[in-house]
Write a protein that binds this ligand. Sequence first.
Ligand code: GLU
Length: 262
Amino acid sequence: MTIVTRFAPSPTGHLHLGIAHAALYAWMRARKASGRFLLRIEDIDTQRCRPEYTAAIIEDLAWLGLDWDGDIRIQTQHLPDYDRTIATLASRNLAYRCYCSRADIAAAPTAPHGPEGAIYPGTCRHTQQHRPGQKYAWRLDVAAALAETGPLERDPRPFGDIVIGRRETPASYHLCVTHDDAAQGVTLVTRGADLEPATALHILLQRLMGWPTPAYEHHPLLTDTTGQRLSKRDRAVSIRALRDSGATAAEVRAMAGFPTPA
Ligand code: GLU
């Protein structure tokens, strides 16, 4: 079977060494196996993502020497697909409207913390309320979902009822990433270890929607010499800055953990 990997950056800033590492990892995995490597721009969060970063990321990847197969998928061009998925889950009573604000959730006395912050206490789960004119998010009813799927190889419950459609934007990372990996026929998801917990949610969504589960590889995050994780805020490690300072693509690939074989 041909391996299909993907790199799926969110255009919230310039490409930096840590993200270039993830890109090179996925690209190498595909190319070494004569597989396909796809590029997807995860720009659903319209408050944080900017088109100029999308353009810059694409340019920096090409400068680094990466090539990708087929067209680049841009998530904001596929909003009706995500709407349909949410509607399907809602029609099966696996998703519900939530009118709570972040402040409401933080103020709830029973709000323990999960991998993504305060766990939603379930206030809107059984109210069946629809308040015309008021903004809402869609949440996945994880208990109802697990009642359908049965126990899974990874437990999604520590996240609580995650948001699958946001108040500000029509969809959410978890929903779109899972939808698109299936839609694009991705067979091997490679990504940083920071995203490993979320895999439990993605597998749950796959089982509910009847989508295949790809193989997952979570690689360690690139760190600097002191062991600190390289972050977007450190402008010194942006690919642009390195390029402007005269570094070659081969040098930058080596800094991102992938020295070019001689
Ligand atoms: N868009 C996500 C990010 O930039 C990564 C998605 C994934 O690899 O699953 O953090």
